[in-house]
Design a binder for this molecule. Structure first.
Ligand code: 13P
Ligand code: SF4
Length: 350
């Protein structure tokens, strides 16, 4: 990365001192992650944001829904900055508040809404989290989806899982012992979600038709191809991948789990990793004594994670150092209140 920009980022960070805390998601570029005070998966970053009441400025190097969650979990006098407002998430955009309300009406018309506990993946907007909070549900991340489902099934007989069908299905089927037949997919763009009343009544898991545009591109062929190419390779994938991919993999887990697994693996082992490319490249660079490859060479970076680059980071840090808060992410008070209810239930999961 440009040495002049690196120097400017350092200087602005030094000028801000303890007033600043920089969070970095594992999918961020190298040029950005080097300035993070803490790195993590979305669960760890939510915890870390909540644990920094003394820092008035939180710069979130990640995507919009993560910065919103940080704003909700921090106190009113702290300001959360997202260095580029275009850093969204295509999956989070697949569920809008109006669509989720309409879905709930469909469940009410089918006479099952009282049996349904809603769960939303962290990768969703604050107003979806608030909807879930108001309706007795919980937020989950890829590192606690199983515990969230166990919590929900202790309260109700059915779950509405938003917005990632793959995380919902993979967790229910591969970790909770449900069958694929227990799951139906609700399509927000079709009348009644494309489901009959009988299908809704029979279902245990009602999965929203959403997915990650990056992880959704890994295929069973990618797994078969890498196994043929690298004998003995261990296939390690994120649970946002499609069911047949996760089923064919050796290990499944959140970004934090993926890192720990490869860090702790013996020298000489081989790993094909199905998650975002910035992270896989970093892991490969850090472990020259192991073979670490990207699961599918035709899949590319998460374009929205990559929106946060060094020029945007420098601009936001220098603005803060001059007393100007740019790109602040704020969640309206009532939405924040109910979203926090759902987030706090997640943070309290056993
Ligand atoms: P983690 O929860 O594993 O960090 O994954 C979040 C994510 O998918 C961001 O895309
Ligand atoms: Fe969203 Fe997928 Fe990018 Fe994660 S990797 S931010 S889920 S689009």
């Amino acid at each position: 990365s440009d040495p002049a920009l690196v120097e400017r980022a350092r200087a602005a960070k030094a000028a801000l001192g303890d007033r600043l805390f920089v969070l970095g998601h594992h999918y961020q570029r190298d040029e950005v992650i080097q300035f993070a005070d803490v790195t993590g998966d979305s669960f760890k970053l939510a915890q870390e944001a909540a644990a920094r009441p003394q820092a008035p400025y939180i710069v979130f190097c990640g995507v919009h829904f993560m910065a919103e969650s940080a704003d909700i979990l921090t106190s009113a006098d702290q300001q959360v900055v997202l260095p580029d407002l275009a850093a969204g998430c295509s999956m989070a955009d697949m569920a809008t508040y109006d669509q989720v309300e309409e879905c709930w009406e469909v469940l009410e018309d089918a006479g099952i809404a009282d049996d349904v506990v809603p769960i939303t993946y962290m990768n969703s907007s604050a107003d979806i989290k608030a909807f879930v909070g108001r309706h007795g549900g919980v937020v989950c991340t890829s590192s606690n989806a199983r515990r969230a489902l166990e919590w929900a099934f202790a309260k109700g007989s059915k779950v509405l899982f938003l917005p990632d069908q793959h995380l919902g299905r993979n967790t229910a089927v591969l970790e909770m012992g449900l069958s694929l037949d227990d799951c139906v997919v609700y399509s927000p763009n079709r009348p009644d979600g494309g489901l009959s009343t009988a299908e809704l009544r029979d279902a245990t898991m009602i999965l929203w038709r959403g997915h990650c545009s990056v992880h959704g591109r890994f295929s069973l062929d990618s797994v078969n191809e890498v196994r043929a190419r690298i004998p003995g390779v261990n296939v390690l994938v994120h649970p946002e991948c499609r069911h047949e991919v996760v089923r064919a993999a050796d290990l499944i887990g959140s970004t934090e789990y993926i890192i720990r697994t490869i860090d702790e693996a013996p020298a000489g082992t081989a790993w094909a990793v199905g998650t975002e490319l910035n992270l896989v490249k970093r892991l490969a660079g850090r472990h020259p004594d192991k073979t670490v490859v990207f699961l599918d060479r035709t899949v590319c970076f998460c374009s929205t994670m990559n929106r946060i680059d060094l020029p945007h980071l420098v601009w936001s840090l220098e603005s803060l150092a001059q007393g100007e808060v740019v790109n602040q992410i704020t969640v309206e008070a009532e939405t924040a209140h109910y979203a926090r209810v759902a987030l706090d239930r997640m943070l309290a999961l056993p």
